[in-house]
Design a protein around this ligand. Structure first.
Ligand SMILES: [Fe+2]
Length: 327
């Protein structure tokens, strides 16, 4: 059952989804997906016909992956809402002239279906809030005098993300996607850089962004981002992925917008999975001072330069094929 909203996890008067409940995509080789996300530190569960992405020790299913010929393709995004918000959300969709659609062919639960302006399927379900209600405490143990703090390399623990933080999507029209997110879903604009990139947070409290858009020649999934407990986990994650053959990526570095420390690891299909630590948190009732940041001063505070392929959208050609086609 969906828990009722609480004052700390509800913005008064806001009709809005509260969480990015699940992202669903398809790839040509499920075995490659299992290998990649297991190495990344997720609890990867193989079921009949799909692979589910969980985080260890957390009951929620954050992602599902299906087989499909061709390249990787974002299939749909599912947003969670409080039960009390679903009816008003549907009413508002009607007032905005946004049509309800048939469920996506890969749908596996019962929600409200629509399409975003790029044609990507969107589902709204009544679900528990899985975006954070508070800022996570710093999990790094104190470094005490007369102690040896670093583990031996062979004893370093595997980095295991705690939860999904956000997804960044490509879109040909960032302002249009922002309007859809704010008007239809009730998300709030956190920050942007011109018409090139924009970051949205949940009205009922969330990370600085649960959804972001970057300009491209078409829609697509650029990266999923996963919260880890310490800055050391970001570096250890980079190392564990390199040791498993996934050395290509960007970071370690620190973003300006969102403030998080990052390491992006390139997946087998040319998109990325991000280890993220210490992203800004926006409480439910806080009016974040939205700003338009100059790109040269807002991409990252420090870190190596991003690789040349960091913003290549590999889905543009793939999306010409029929939705949900099985491999
Ligand atoms: Fe990110």
């Amino acid at each position: 059952m969906n828990q009722p909203s609480t004052p700390a996890a509800r913005r008064a008067g806001a009709t809005a989804v509260h969480s990015l409940n699940r992202f669903v995509f398809s790839v040509p080789d499920l075995g490659a997906a299992v290998d990649f996300y297991k190495a990344f530190g997720l609890d990867v569960r193989e079921t009949a016909g799909r692979v589910d992405l969980h985080t260890h020790g957390h009951p929620h299913r954050w992602g599902s992956i299906y087989p499909r010929r061709g390249g990787k393709r974002l299939e749909y995004l599912c947003y969670g809402a409080y039960a009390e918000d679903v009816g008003p959300l549907v009413d508002r969709l009607g007032k905005l002239g946004i049509a309800r659609t048939a469920p996506h062919p890969l749908a596996d639960d019962d929600g409200v279906w629509l399409a975003d302006p790029d044609g990507t399927a969107i589902e709204i379900v009544t679900a528990p809030k899985v975006s954070p209600a508070t800022m996570a405490p710093d999990a790094r143990p104190p470094h005490l005098p007369a102690t040896f703090a670093a583990p031996a390399r062979s004893k370093a623990p595997q980095t295991r993300p705690r939860r999904l933080s956000h997804a960044l999507l490509f879109t040909p029209d960032v302002p249009r996607s922002v309007r859809f997110g704010t008007e239809a879903l009730g998300l709030r604009l956190s920050d942007r850089s011109g018409d090139m990139i924009a970051f949205l947070h949940g009205a009922h409290g969330s990370d600085h962004h649960m959804l972001a858009f970057a300009k491209s020649d078409g829609p697509g999934l650029h990266h999923s981002s996963w919260e880890v407990a310490t800055i050391d986990d970001v570096g250890l994650g980079m190392q564990q992925m390199a040791d498993c053959g996934y050395a290509h990526g960007w970071g370690v570095g620190r973003h300006v917008i969102g403030s998080n420390y990052f390491r992006y690891v390139r997946d087998p299909w040319g998109s990325f999975a991000e280890y993220s630590y210490d992203i800004d948190f926006i409480p439910a009732e806080y009016d974040w001072p939205t700003a338009d940041h100059p790109p040269e001063d807002s991409f990252y505070v420090w870190g190596p330069p991003p690789p040349d392929d960091f913003v290549v959208n590999h889905e543009t050609a793939v999306r010409a094929a029929p939705i949900g086609q099985a491999a």
